[in-house]
Write a protein that binds this ligand. Sequence first.
Ligand code: HPA
Length: 267
Amino acid sequence: MPRIAIIGGSGVYDPKLLENVREEEVSTPYGTIKVKIGEYKGEEIVFLARHGEKHSVPPHKINYRANIWGLYELGVERILSTSAVGSLNEAMKPGDFVVLDQLMDFTKNRITTFYDGEDAPHERKFVAHVDFTEPYCPELRNALIRAAKELGFTYHPMGTYACMEGPRFESKAEIRALKILGADVVGMTQVPEAVLARELEMCYSSVAIVTNFAAGISREKLTHTEVVELMAKKSEEIKLLLMKAVEYIPKERRCACKDALKGATGE
Ligand code: HPA
C-alpha cells in the first residue's frame, strides 16, 4: 500500500521520477479521482495532478474532498504538495522555495470539511473541530527543509500562506492588507486541501515556489503565463526536491497529525 502521495500543483503534472507507473481510478463519496502510482527506491508513491493533467481545473473548482478522500482510501498517510505562489516578502524572490509553516484562509465558496453531520455521504456522520494550530506536519516540513538544504537550493524554512478564492489575481489593496496581516506568500489552493488532510489524520506539507512578486509589489501586470513559465523552469528542481524529501520521511509517524480526531468530536 502506498504511504506517501505527491500532489502536484501548477506546472507539476507528471511523476517523471517514478518507475513502473500505473494509472488508477479511485471512487469516493465525492466523485472519482484519477491517480498515478509508481515506485521510487522501492517505495510506492501516489501522484495526483491537482489541476488535472492539462491544468484544466481552476482552483475554485477542484474537487478537494474527492482528492483527499481518494488518497486516504489508497492507504496514504503522508502528502507532500507543491504550490505556485506570489510573494509579499521581499526576501522571498521568484524562483525561491518556501517550506510553508502557517496559513490564513480567505476563500469564500469552498466546502472545507468532511464532517457534515447527518448530511455526510459516508459513515462519518459526526461533527468535528480539528486543531489547526500548526497546519503543516513538522516531520514532512523537516524532510523538505533537509532536502532543499542538501540540494543547495534557495529556500526559506518558514512562510505564512494566504489562500485567496481566485481565480483572479489580487488587487494592490488586498496585497497591502495581507502583508499587514502577516502573510509572506499568496496562492489559491492550500485551503481546503491542508484542512481536509488534517481531518483524515493525514500528514500534509507544501513547498511553495515563488513565481512572481504579488500585485502592486511587482509594477508589472500579473499574468498566468509568467507563473507557467517560471514553474516550467523550476520543474526539474521541484521533482528532485520532492524525491529527496521522500527519502527523509521517517517510516513511523511521531507527529500529532495521526491523532487529529482525538478530542475533536467532543467524545
Ligand atoms: N496570487 C495568487 N496566486 C498566485 C500568485 C499570485 O500572485 N502567483 C502564483 N499563484
